[in-house]
Write a protein that binds this ligand. Structure first.
Ligand code: DX5
Ligand code: ZN
Length: 217
């Protein structure tokens, strides 16, 4: 069970300090938005390059951008250990996944809440992670969409024995993480839940404990 907090709700003027608040995180989730694929604009490659210099923690880049075929490999080249592109935006997802792996990164595909996994089942051997959005991408602090839970279950079945991580992103909190874990997710993005907590690192631990407990049931 991995907790990968999103820095979208952190203080962008103090990112190094904000990352240092969560030493127990399994990765730092960085939301890159271009105001085309989603109606919001955040940070891009230059900031990721700077983050690489100030942390040894795993960088988990979530690209919510058009034309990831063109932009994604540079994030791997910059030293990000994991790069996620959206299947709805990629023109040649197989070629792109292979390019990311060739750069030494984990390749990951993301699906918006209404995108079925079945159309991408044949791609599973090309990726190291599947990110299932549990809100419409674009903003932190939105409500968790329970309608994605059956897709988490179907993805877990399709993944079978492959060592592919299943990540959920959007509205994950102490109130919703158990449902995701029971359905088969093993990697959890939490933005507002972590960065609105007084002790962000303690929240990382609490989220992980709850996910682990949910799986023991
Ligand atoms: C939303 C982003 C998420 C978001 C998560 O488009 O991809 O990573 O920041 O934030 P919360 O946990 O607040 O939904
Ligand atoms: Zn994200």
């Amino acid at each position: 069970m991995r907790i990968t907090p999103s820095i979208l709700n952190a203080d962008f003027a103090n990112l190094a300090a904000e990352i240092a608040r969560i030493p127990d995180a399994d990765a730092i989730h960085v939301d890159v938005m271009d105001n085309h694929f989603v109606p919001n604009l955040t940070i891009g490659l230059p900031v990721v390059e700077c983050l690489r210099r100030v942390t040894h923690q795993m960088l988990d880049i979530h690209l919510m951008i058009e034309d990831p075929d063109r932009w994604a490999p540079a994030f791997a080249e910059a030293g990000a250990e994991s790069v996620t592109f959206h299947v709805e935006a990629a023109r040649a997802p197989i070629r792109l996944a292979r390019a990311l792996r060739a750069e030494g990164a984990r390749a990951s595909m993301a699906l918006r809440p209404a995108t079925p996994i079945e159309g991408f089942a044949d791609m599973l051997d090309e990726v190291d992670m599947v990110l299932l959005m549990t809100v419409e991408p674009g903003f932190g602090g939105q409500g968790f969409l329970d309608l994605v839970l059956p897709k988490i279950r179907r993805t877990r079945e399709l993944v079978g024995s492959r060592p592919i991580w299943i990540q959920v992103d959007g509205g994950v909190s102490l109130a919703t993480i158990e449902r995701c874990a029971e359905a088969g997710a093993d990697t959890f993005v939490a933005g507002s839940a972590v960065y609105s907590a007084d002790d962000a690192n303690a929240m990382v631990g609490a989220l992980r404990d709850r996910a682990v407990a949910a799986c023991r049931h």
